[in-house]
Design a protein around this ligand. Structure first.
Ligand code: ADP
Ligand code: MG
Length: 222
């Protein structure tokens, strides 16, 4: 997609509501897998946490309909913090709140602005949790995704997925999984897996142009 995508996808409040709705349905479909990953190296609640959080997010942004991308993400972040008890609630809440704050009140944003705002969000996650790439956390998917965002949403999604896969041989140094030490090796980090879902949902939303999905088989020339 590259430049085409940057020129043609209007990233307005509806686009970001669409993204969060895509995340909620992906998380709903993958909740069992996320919980399974968390049962290997955590406390088996990551799928439940994410489902509860993003279900509440979709309800909140649907009811309150914030007018700008920044306001949509800020509301989503606050909702995650208040509905998710696990570590992932404050961490994803901070990611979305900080990203939203960086986007400000602009009614539409371009991909370059989204990339720098997400970078601010990811940096805030790193500061809050004290983790860096290599610690076997969501940052192993988020950091490469943000770095690839300049090449497009699909590139960012692919980078997040590779980052999530790359956590398998890592030893956890942050979060609950770090209590396991060497025994955390050989399992994918659940938060990195859910971050890859967030980025895949963003790429799908970009392909749909932020509006309703095109009819099956329809060829889009934009
Ligand atoms: P909890 O660990 O409280 O049960 P979840 O299971 O919902 O919360 O989320 C676990 C995920 O949170 C981990 O897989 C990891 O990706 C992420 N995580 C935990 N601690 C940190 C941290 N300090 N920094 C970044 N991510 C973290
Ligand atoms: Mg857990």
């Amino acid at each position: 997609m590259g430049d085409q995508e940057a020129r043609h996808v209007p990233m307005d409040a509806a686009f970001f509501r669409g993204w969060l709705t895509e995340v909620a349905s992906a998380v709903d479909e993958e909740a069992d897998r996320l919980t399974e990953l968390d049962s290997a190296i955590g406390d088996a609640d990551h799928g439940t946490n994410m489902r509860r959080g993003f279900t509440a997010v979709v309800t909140a942004v649907g009811e309150q309909r914030p007018a700008s991308p920044g306001a949509v993400l800020a509301l989503a972040g606050r909702t995650l913090v208040s509905t998710v008890g696990g570590a992932s609630g404050p961490l994803y809440g901070t990611l979305l709140r900080r990203t939203g704050k960086a986007l400000g009140e602009a009614p539409e944003v371009g991909r370059a602005e989204l990339a720098s705002a997400l970078r601010a969000g990811v940096d805030a996650v790193s500061r809050l949790g004290g983790a860096v790439p290599g610690d076997k956390t969501m940052l192993d998917a988020l950091v490469p995704a943000v770095e690839a965002l300049g090449e497009g949403l699909d590139a960012a999604s692919a980078a997040a997925e590779r980052g999530a896969q790359a956590t398998v041989p890592m030893r956890a140094r942050k979060g609950r999984a770090s209590y396991l030490g060497e025994r955390s090796v050989g399992h994918q980090d659940p938060g990195a897996a859910s971050s890859a879902l967030l980025l895949a949902a963003l790429a799908r939303t970009g392909r749909q142009g932020g509006g309703p999905a095109p009819d099956a088989g329809e060829v889009r020339d934009d």
